[in-house]
Design a protein around this ligand. Sequence first.
Ligand code: FAD
Length: 528
Amino acid sequence: SGAAARLYTEDDPLVILSGSSLKPTVSNSSSAWLVQFYSSWCGHCIQYSSTWKTLALDVKDWHPAISVAVVDCAQEENFDVCKEYSIKFYPTFKYFQAHAAPSDTGTIYRGADRQIQSVRQLMVNILQNHTRRDWPDHCPPLEAYSSAELLSLLGQRSNHYTAIIIEDPASYVGREVILDLLQFSHVVVKRALSTDLPLLDALKITSSPSIYLLHPNGTHTLLHVEKRLRFFFSSLLRTLPGVQRRFKSEGASIGQMVAQPDKQSTEPWRDFNRSQVYTADLESALHYLLRVELATHNILKGEELKVFKDFVIVVAKLYPGGGSVVKLMETLSDWLLSLPLQQIPYQAILDLVDNKMRISGVFLGKELRWVSCQGSRAGLRGYPCSLWTLFHVLTVQHDAKPATLKNTGLESQAAPVLQVMRRYIRTFFGCELCGQHFEQAAAVSMDKVQNQEQQILWLWNQHNMVNYRLAGTLSDDPLFPKAPWPSPSLCPSCHEEKDGIHVWNQDNVLHFLRHHYGASNLSPKYSL
Ligand code: FAD
């Protein structure tokens, strides 16, 4: 068609500004702005776009204080505004202080170094350049506190945690963690300098950066972190009990799209261990899927019937443990394969699941029992959580026993579990918008998966993409905030830093996933 692909889309974690929105957005704003003026035909801009997106994601949670944006000067509707802001070369980086006047056309950043870490430090410097008078409304103090100020807090009760990060004067970690936590309530982060000897003495700190925590009840301790990295500090503080995201942004809420019984909210809480997987969640997933989600389809035929058959085969072959779930799914798949019918009334399947099986002593739990998928209230977590869990288990099991899919018609595919998941989600998953998102992602990269290891990692990565997108939306359960998974506390060796950016150690992630979703890590607690 000749239309160039757009470099940035609404799905990117940044703001796309235009001729009509630039000035109203960056002037009189409660936050500062960092804007890249680019041109979609400039080769360097095209190459740089992935770096800019990574940066935007890295500082996504800072946006109440400073936001990242782009303007495409190659678009006709933006010609005038790019001229008014004197953009002569692409890309040009400009920043706007909070509460800037409408006449302010921004300050150019001329730094030669456009690496993420340098731009992130520039953002901190932009914030610190504000005066007390024009300070961004939601930006916490970034200056270091003195020992006198901090030591007076020791032993005091408060309604929040106070975390003190002690660091070298040239370090940015403290300020970055302060900004990472700015959207979270019940925790205040302050920084202090490692040159402040009275403080180091009083808190018995011998290396930096270190993190010292004052609890609401007045007690205080030096925290142990596996690695002294920004991501470890931020992740630790975000998961303190009671710490929650402050601003909920709008966003598709799964609770409104997948009908879920209210019953769970009145049930007693089931204690569980986050490093285990519970068969009760997997059984509840199948219960919900078979008895509720599929039951809305009166008749299965054509592609629906094929998808259902393949799903049943995959679960029958790969569900670990060989208990009654496997027996049920095997019976179901034998029955489906023996029927020459082009279409099956769903009631016949329900009858089989509900009645005939029971007689032979094989049955699926008659109620939902969420364990590690319990939500803090009805409509959160539950079924979608358990469906992810089920497919993670199946990818790991396929890797452990690749031969089990022989003679099923699925064995020739490089990623049979993902293909079945894709078709199931597209055909039956009650959250339609979720299905569309998943289908988009699958269309882009699922075909590149070549083996069982990549199959495990693809699903893990895709699940994290969804976590990134949903963090802070209405689907986010405050008790189980969405975050890159596994957290540093679940798997310290999964996390590293390269050029100041958090990176995954994929070998260690794969190792961790094989263990976490492996048959030996399944707990039967709360299961029938
Ligand atoms: P979940 O994200 O459901 O995760 C369940 C458990 O899996 C976690 O508790 C954790 O133990 C583990 N886990 C977390 N991340 C990973 C990972 N990367 N790899 C392996 N294990 C992990 N909701 C929307 O609002 N919009 C959507 O577009 C959307 N798309 C979805 C697409 C699919 C295919 C599915 C199955 C669900 C989708 N949902 C969507 C629902 C959403 O992803 C969550 O399932 C739901 O909000 C419940 O969240 P949760 O906190 O229980 O954690």
